[in-house]
Design a protein around this ligand. Structure first.
Ligand SMILES: O=C(O)CCC(=O)C(=O)O
Ligand SMILES: [Fe+2]
Length: 326
């Protein structure tokens, strides 16, 4: 179907407060097989606005969108299939969909090649976990050298590059976003609809090296620090959290910058980022309470740009679709 302006007209209606008309317009076009309208309906069902969130329905709409031919819809369908959003997590089905998408889409072909190069089983789980190097006992901290290949690092950074935003917090009085007081880097979160199959496999790898279930991980966050930017000393644990951040995995994604070491304040231990290296540390003591000795910082970058992926891991499964505030 030729491109038309149905979705743009619906956006204008939404902006003007005509919600029902906007929905009716897109519904009608989608029923008539308009691929952009179908894609928009699917994303509305994922976002939960201006219609209620319905993940299984979003999946069904995406499947129809893919059948007509829509590259982004295919990659989203693959992500949701692999991570079980709106259904049961099904790696083999996601891989089969990626094989089909890769026939026509160079980006999907790249994802397939990345996954094909990994040492994983038929469920996308790593077959071998390398031996860690212990860096300290208090805090409980280990390092895995070259856990990610340069291609894997570039893949993660590439997904995030399109979504980077300055770190912000909400002003408690006005509710408006203001500069984050502790972290000055730019960042992006690779949420469940953007979790490419290579990212999913890497998240399995990060779960394996941290001895946790993949479902405990918050969506992978990617940070980019340019000169002067830093992550001031902080704890990753959250005071009073019901579902505590028990562990953190940091993966250094690149080289070609100066500064940006990770420092643990209690010991002074300072880690020089090497691309592909991962560190894993515990943010809680054996009794589950926050471990003050896990306080750490990302030192200022003085030249170039530092890219880093962070996986904050909770005590119990974390639902990224219905994330609680703590
Ligand atoms: O940039 C770093 O080295 C530290 C990052 C960090 O502390 C975090 O992501 O929680
Ligand atoms: Fe941190």
């Amino acid at each position: 179907m030729a491109a038309d302006n149905t979705v743009a007209r619906a956006e204008a209606l939404l902006a003007a407060g005509a919600r029902q008309e906007a929905i009716a317009l897109v519904d009608g076009a989608a029923a008539a097989g308009n691929v952009d309208a179908l894609m928009r309906l699917a994303t509305w069902r994922l976002i939960g606005a201006p219609v209620p969130r319905d993940l299984p329905l979003a999946r069904a709409l995406l499947a129809r969108t893919v059948a007509i031919g829509h590259v982004d819809a295919a990659l989203m369908q693959i992500a949701l299939t692999a991570n079980g959003s709106g259904g049961v997590a099904n790696w083999p089905a996601a891989l089969a969909l990626l094989r089909i998408a890769a026939r026509n889409d160079p980006l999907a072909a790249e994802h397939l090649a990345l996954v094909g190069a990994m040492d994983i089983d038929t469920d996308g789980m790593p077959r071998n976990i390398p031996e860690p190097e212990r860096l300290s006992d208090a805090p409980d901290l280990v390092r895995y050298r070259a856990l990610l290949t340069p291609q894997e690092c570039a893949h993660i950074a590439g997904i995030a590059a399109d979504m980077l935003e300055p770190a912000s917090v909400l002003d408690p009085t006005t509710g408006a976003p203001i500069a984050h007081p502790v972290r000055t880097s730019y960042g992006a979160v690779i949420g469940p609809a953007k979790e490419s199959l290579p990212t999913r496999a890497l998240n399995h790898r990060l779960a394996a090296i941290s001895g946790t279930m993949i479902a405990q991980g918050e969506p992978l966050a990617v940070l980019r620090y340019t000169p002067g930017q830093q992550y001031r000393p902080h704890l990753d644990s959250i005071a009073g959290a019901i579902n505590q951040r028990i562990k953190t995995v940091l993966v250094y994604l690149n080289h070609g910058f100066v500064g940006g070491e990770t420092r643990f304040m209690a010991t002074g231990l300072t880690i020089a980022p090497q691309p592909g290296d991962a560190i894993v540390f515990s943010n809680v003591l054996e009794n589950g309470q926050p471990d003050r000795s896990a306080e750490h910082a990302g030192l200022p970058v003085t030249r170039g740009a530092k890219w880093l992926a962070t996986r904050w891991i909770r005590a119990t499964p974390y639902d990224a679709w219905n994330a609680p505030r703590l």
